[in-house]
Design a protein around this ligand. Structure first.
Ligand code: 8X3
Length: 251
């Protein structure tokens, strides 16, 4: 059987790096890891044997180069790159942060997806995975720029599924809740480690490998099975606004 080839964005850390490891080790795929940081990709290549392309998904030129440099065919695209910036009420929020979050989470995902759709169609059994967020399902205070971007990204995914129906390409949304990674909350809180740590205090959050496991499972179902959307939260997170923490009152 042909060895499937997956392209994973945002692969230098967190869910992306874990997904590269899972697809290579658990599922025997050839993987192209995509991110901006060449040193991290080189280490991941050394560790897993993945191919790498250094690229910024917000750059037209970089994504064009990705599409021309990557190995062919492409069976799986995992759109993982994205992130949250800032923690503020709408009334005081940074317009620059709104734009940046839309650019990275929505436009960047569309840019990569558009560039790779021909290769995914050509594979005859393509998969487009988009890692959105529970922020794409329900709002929470202080997160509106990210919540809005993730709602938009989720709407794009559901539209894309309608448009791809009948073309042999599955469209799969993975919507994680609280996942403790080295960078997600640290970026959101502009490098404030104490604030980042407080997000996960008193609970056992998800880890990147939990999401990588779900991605690996979704793309290895028989190809007539389309997992439309998986919503995955830590057990103690009942919703975006209800997390029960040990040794603290429920909030
Ligand atoms: C990350 C989950 O809860 O920070 O996408 O919105 S959350």
């Amino acid at each position: 059987m042909e060895r499937r080839h997956a392209v994973v964005t945002g692969a230098s850390s967190g869910i992306g790096a874990a997904t590269v490891r899972t697809l290579v080790r658990e599922h025997g795929m050839r993987v192209t890891a995509v991110a901006r940081r060449a040193d991290r990709l080189a280490a991941l290549a050394e560790e897993t044997g993945c191919d790498v392309v250094v690229a910024d998904i917000t750059s037209d030129a970089d994504v064009e180069r990705l599409a021309s440099e990557m190995a062919q065919p492409v069976h799986v695209l995992v759109n993982n790159a994205g992130g949250a910036i800032g923690w503020e009420h709408v009334a005081e929020s940074s317009l620059e942060a709104w734009s940046r979050q839309y650019e990275v989470n929505v436009v960047g995902t569309v840019r990569v997806t558009q560039a790779l759709i021909p290769a995914l169609r050509a594979s005859g059994s393509g998969d487009i995975v988009v890692v959105t967020s529970t922020a794409g399902i329900e709002p929470y205070e202080n997160g509106a720029g990210y919540v809005a971007a993730k709602h938009a990204e989720s709407a794009m995914v559901r539209t894309l599924r309608l448009e791809m129906t009948g073309q042999g390409v599955r469209v799969i949304e993975i919507a994680p809740g609280m996942v403790r990674t080295d960078e997600f909350s640290l970026t959101r809180f502009a490098g404030d480690q104490a604030s980042a740590d407080a997000v996960y205090a008193g609970i056992e959050p998800l880890v990147a490998e939990d999401i990588a496991d779900a991605i690996g499972w979704s793309v290895t179902r028989p190809h007539h099975v389309n997992v439309d959307r998986l919503v995955i939260r830590p057990r103690e997170q009942g919703s975006a606004t209800k997390t029960v923490r040990r040794a603290t009152a429920p909030n």
